[in-house]
Design a protein around this ligand. Sequence first.
Ligand code: SF4
Ligand code: SF4
Length: 287
Amino acid sequence: AGKKVQWDPAQMRKIQEHPCFSEKACHTFGRCHIPVAPKCNIQCNYCIRDFDCVNESRPGVTTKVLNPEEAMEMIGKVVKKYDYIKVVGIAGPGDPLANEETFETLKRLHEKYPGVIKCISTNGLLLPDKIDLLQKYDVGNITVTLNAIDPEIGAKIYQFIDYNGKRYTGIEAAKLLLSQQLKGIEMAVERNMIVKVNTVYIPGINEDHIVDIAKKVGGMGVYTFNIIPLIAQYKFADIAPPTPEMKKKMQDACSQYVKQMRHCQRCRADAIGKLGHDVQSCMYENK
Ligand code: SF4
Ligand code: SF4
């Protein structure tokens, strides 16, 4: 499925030792999410602020935010205690690229732990603007949440976006977000980053469109596609989320275009450990 890409050994490692990018790796290796990014630059209709971003996590669970120094301290403890943790990711609780602390943490991480696989997840709005910085700090794995490739549909999902000091709404917002997301994905693939696309499955809003998204991103060289069932809240509180059967059917339909991630655990922005076997509570208690 998808566009065939030749991986070099460094890229292979970023797939094989990352529990989200390789289903096999998820039994052996873990990841550590560092919650250094509280702010967000868009408003999704399924998101209540102050909770973890759905880009990579389960909304409704608050996360203690760490500053870069506390984050480095935490990473130091984690890599010492759990040698199977090979990946440090920044996934929120807001949008990583909208927070300077993300880049400060990545810079320090790159200097102190060059061997650790670095990963971020984003709504994509700032991806083209920040891609060179991400490359400089050797961020090899990028997840973009892309819920529509048609701005008419996007306009139903996003209330507003804030870009370069200006607030955009409606179709204008959806168009700008989409163009940034597609440009960002293209630039990440060009830079040999391993790209995952997350799509929130929102019945009645984007469900007839998800296969088109899979087709588009598969053709762009995206490595894997992760369908996330809606958690019904905020403006979408009245929408019934897709059942596991609906999700599986959608994954099967998309699988001819791009490899499907079927083992996502919807982790918190402060998750630490193997997928589904988190140890973060004990790490935070020890702080
Ligand atoms: Fe919420 Fe994440 Fe959407 Fe921002 S990108 S509004 S934090 S779900
Ligand atoms: Fe991996 Fe899914 Fe957890 Fe993200 S939310 S770390 S993709 S399992």
